[in-house]
Design a protein around this ligand. Structure first.
Ligand SMILES: Cc1cc2nc3c(=O)[nH]c(=O)nc-3n(C[C@H](O)[C@H](O)[C@H](O)COP(=O)(O)O)c2cc1C
Length: 187
């Protein structure tokens, strides 16, 4: 079928940049955790993005996980540039300064990461931004009774590239690093 970026699932996140007063909130799907030490994301942003301009100016960003309640607002933040609209205001998103960064957190998201940029690599028409995670924030109601992240309550949107669809995470299938163990015996 030829070279294609129709790859799924991908995350659907809102990247918060700038400050609460002069913010940009941008929908991004081409991103992943890149390293655990130091804990870092790799995020691909097209050169033309205003969010990238703000990231370069401040060296900071937040990564916020919206759920189905914010799907229209999230999509809007992927349709319009912050150069042409005050996206947070139009979408009714409430922003709050991070605890360890001045970049804005999207409070309607139940789980957010605060990041500081450590590297940037040019990649075609994109910049691959490496951002170290310096803090995380989760709503009380996104945690289990044992204080752990509850994926069912966070209910992050996933993006299906190529199909251009937002979906939700399905059922748990098995425990990772465990379900394959019986096969170790056959090595
Ligand atoms: C679901 C979705 C995912 C997106 N993922 C990315 C991405 O990974 N990288 C990127 O540069 N743009 C991505 N975009 C496009 C930007 O969000 C869009 O161009 C936005 O208007 C940029 O805003 P800005 O100029 O304020 O940064 C995505 C859009 C949508 C709807």
């Amino acid at each position: 079928m030829g070279p294609s970026t129709a790859f799924f699932p991908l995350p659907t996140v809102l990247i918060g940049t700038g400050t609460v007063e002069e913010s940009d909130v941008t929908a991004v799907a081409w991103m992943t955790v890149a390293t655990a030490t130091p804990p870092s994301f790799a995020i691909a942003l097209r050169d033309s993005r205003r969010s990238l301009e703000q990231i370069r100016a401040t060296g900071e960003l937040t990564v916020n996980l919206p759920n189905r309640d914010l799907v229209a607002e999230t999509d809007y933040c992927g349709l319009v540039s912050g150069r042409n609209a005050e996206k947070a205001k139009v979408a009714g998103l409430v922003l709050e300064q991070g605890a360890k960064v001045t970049a804005p957190i999207v409070t309607g998201c139940k789980y957010s990461f605060e990041c500081k940029v450590t590297a940037e690599y040019p990649l075609g028409e994109y910049a691959l931004v490496i951002a170290e995670i310096v803090e995380t924030q989760a709503d009380e109601d996104a945690l289990t009774e044992h204080g752990q992240l509850d994926i069912g309550k966070i209910a992050p949107l996933v993006y299906c590239g190529g199909l251009r669809e937002y979906r939700e995470i399905g059922q748990k299938v098995a425990d990772a690093y465990k379900v394959g163990r019986p096969l170790l015996a056959d090595e």
